[in-house]
Design a protein. Structure first.
Length: 101
């Protein structure tokens, strides 16, 4: 497992500081965790997150997202999202399975 500490040079929306974890053998992303460096709203103090990834058929999918948000008005909120049974689908297969309009 390779661990890299990341920190953006400028505070812009969508960027984070924290760590990313890569599989040492394949170089695929295994986990990212950290805090958003610039709040997207005046009402949000901070956002901390942990995202876990899984490699399926050569593609990297998000398997779990855990976010903790501290707000100025409501307090804190925790969101957990689990993704299961992700499978890549080729364009030919997706078109054949799609309902006719």
């Amino acid at each position: 497992m390779l661990v890299f500490q990341v920190k953006p040079r400028a505070k812009r929306l969508g960027l984070f500081k924290g760590h990313i974890y890569l599989d040492a053998r394949t170089g695929t992303l295994v986990r990212s965790e950290g805090s958003i460096v610039k709040s997207p709203s005046l009402f949000i103090k901070s956002i901390h997150f942990v995202e876990d990834y899984v490699d399926i058929a050569g593609f990297t999918f998000t398997s779990h997202i855990h976010s903790e948000v501290n707000t100025r008005v409501v307090g804190s909120a925790v969101v957990d999202i689990y993704d299961q049974d992700c499978q890549p689908v080729s364009f030919g297969t997706a078109a054949a399975d799609a309902p006719a309009l």
